[in-house]
Design a protein around this ligand. Sequence first.
Ligand code: MLT
Length: 407
Amino acid sequence: MIRINENYTKLKASYLFSDIAKRVSAYVAANPAKPVIRLGIGDVTEPLPPVCVEALHAATDEMAKRGTFKGYGPEQGYAFLREAVAQHDYAARGCKIEADEIFISDGSKCDCGNIQEIFAQDIRLAIPDPVYPVYVDTNVMAGRTGASIDGRYQGITYLESTPANGYVPSVPNVATDLIYLCFPNNPTGAVATKAQLEAWVAYAKKNKAVILFDSAYEAYIRNPAIPHSIYEIEGARDVAIEFRSFSKTAGFTGTRCAYTVIPKSLMAYDAAGNAHPLHALWNRRHTTKFNGVAYPIQKAAAAIFTDAGKQQTSDLINFYLANAKLIRDAMTKLGFSCIGGDNAPYIWVNTGRDSWAFFDTLLEKAQVVCTPGAGFGKCGEGHVRISAFNSRENVETALTRIAAALK
Ligand code: MLT
């Protein structure tokens, strides 16, 4: 008799954003005359930068000719993209990351979700709350947790982000082995200072732990004192893996391209205490389960590192950040305390009310979709996340409608 992976039965019935999409579709079907504005899921709305489109066209033409056609590429990514990342995203910020420590992939969601495969079953997890649900759910699927009791999975050390700590959790007072961090944060938009990240690196060193650092939103950092990469912290090469994405940097949510950095000096241990390089394990996993990102997509991604590409992506991000400022200012004016939106595309609004009820109010009275904080974890209750990804016109209309609805 075929049996299921029973760990899946510990999960909520559906993934947060599928759940929201279903509720919104039901509302739209019942109210066809009321157009809805989506500031929920963090999906970009502006077209790809022109340099990326030109590179896509040129690479597609190469695929059309026998002399330049390409079949399978290197699973880890083409050298032209890995080298560009190493130079522009790391060397330029003083971080020592070699091109062959970079694994190109089709998304940080997949990488953040898949990385746990290379670690032992009985490791101790430290995961923020609120959190991007992928970190928790993939560990539940893998059987690293017990049941969910009162919104908390047994066996996880939750790192609480609350108004009291400025939504940046401190290191826990217990030892853990695998720590998930995301800065600029999804969902709160909070950023971590150099000193805060130094404390995490020191904690990981002390506990022989690994930090999984998701910096998918680093391009939104405008405060020059805030680190963009965990590798800006001394010693992080020996304790951290970093995930980055072209999705929010250059509008690649539909195009799919990201990368994961695993320094060769980063070790984890077998039961006998022998050290093994995680780079080799991930390389084994990646080459076994992944066949590389399409050549034209990698060419499009590499184009963002040209001078024109840097200018165009910076303009794109400034556009979304200007939306974010409008949202934060408007919600603050309505009397809510907010964070995020200044170095991140998300605004975390402390509503002081049940977050699903607030979601329903915005949907039904303003036809605006946000994301209820409770969907990101217990500490998200009382908050909603508003995304800056939309046209200026839609953001302005949404804010006018929200103000009227909440009067
Ligand atoms: C979000 O809304 O949190 C993002 O779309 C997550 C993602 O990038 O998968």
